[in-house]
Ligand binder design. Sequence first.
Ligand SMILES: Nc1ncnc2c1ncn2[C@@H]1O[C@H](COP(=O)(O)OP(=O)(O)OP(=O)(O)O)[C@@H](O)[C@H]1O
Ligand SMILES: [Mg+2]
Length: 421
Amino acid sequence: MKNNCIICAAELSKGHLCDECKSFAPALLEKLRNEVRELEIALSLKKRGRPPAKAPDEPATAQKSPEEVFREKQQCPVYINKQKLYEGLTGKILGQSEALKSLASATKIHLAKVRPLRPASIFMAGPTGCGKTESVNVLVEMLKKITDIKFELIRVDCNLYMESHRMASFMGAPQGYRDSGEPNLFSVLIDNPRQVILFDEIEKAHSNVLTAIMGILDYGKLKLSSPLKEKDKDGNIIKGNEGKDGISEIDFKYALIVFTSNLSLDPSAKKVGFTTDERRNLISVEDRCKEALVKAGVRPEIAGRITSFLQYKALSNSAIRDIIRLEIELCANSFGLIVYNVSDKIIGEIIEMTGAKFGMRAFKQLIESKMGESLADYAENTKNADDNFDNKIVVIEGTLKDDEALNCKNYNYGMKSDDIV
Ligand SMILES: Nc1ncnc2c1ncn2[C@@H]1O[C@H](COP(=O)(O)OP(=O)(O)OP(=O)(O)O)[C@@H](O)[C@H]1O
Ligand SMILES: [Mg+2]
């Protein structure tokens, strides 16, 4: 159809418009004429091999959608200050400096790659409640703080993927099956490739999940059984089983993938001629991690594709005390208070009441339930003293064993002002 015909058709259809719409017709026709004129100019320039001219103040990226511009920015190499990241991690995760150094290193290396071929893959092994998952949370928090890139966290609890039918949320419904409607776990990578993906307790995952992960570690991509289709108005991806033009693979190359595991890394002392301790020194953390993974049923090819292995230690007594002190500080902060000191007696009582074997989660709950009320009372009593910062600094003493005997008082209580530093 010639361009003039489009305008003729529009002119003719004017007669069929209702009275209200007729009033808009001249303006709409004029707009249509202008657009057709622009199209004709662009077409004739293209025929002569010249690109259509841009308006002088039009930016170079004008043809790109905001989503494309954002994605391109997210894919640029990011140069981070490793020391800053390490300090941020060790400020919140105590007693795991060696593992955190390796975590900061692996992160720095991957982020600086211009075109990574595969995602970073980091394996964390260690006993329960020693800070593995928390390290990943702090890593994401720190990356948001020290870079201008938007990092997000996808957490996959492998416990929930022990059965093969849950695979649909990984790869879409298999061909011939109805879509379950479950959102794809990784579709967010299409918009923002800078994701930290945490596979918690990897040894519990179904073998199909492990096979999918192997593909991701190998090629940096996850091939979907059914393509993802376009988005709805809320930005949710609408999935389809039969669409040919949907997204059929998801790119993971810019992601950081972290696996955690409670597998014991104690080497068996079966090798003739070595004691357990001698063998521990001879075999690297990497080999011990791989050995433990294979023992738990993970195929050696998968264990072999992971690039960084971090061993988290069981927390020492002094690390446990430091963490409890930190948790009390955070608890007091939530009431707008700052802790100047907590007595050793109180920290000892917290350890005694929970028993170190339950890990740090139990300490956290106990701190809030045993101290929360006293802290809330203190905060209430000083609520009108906001202008005097000193009133918000507290010393916590007494005992937790008697509800009435926890003593939360001001840090300069009973001191002469000269004594205060
Ligand atoms: N090393 C640590 N430094 C600071 N806090 C810690 C540390 N270890 C544990 N915690 C505290 O204990 C809580 C539980 O820790 P986390 O979830 O990281 O354990 P985990 O090692 O992932 O255990 P699991 O293997 O059972 O999942 C955290 O929320 C954190 O507050
Ligand atoms: Mg965990």
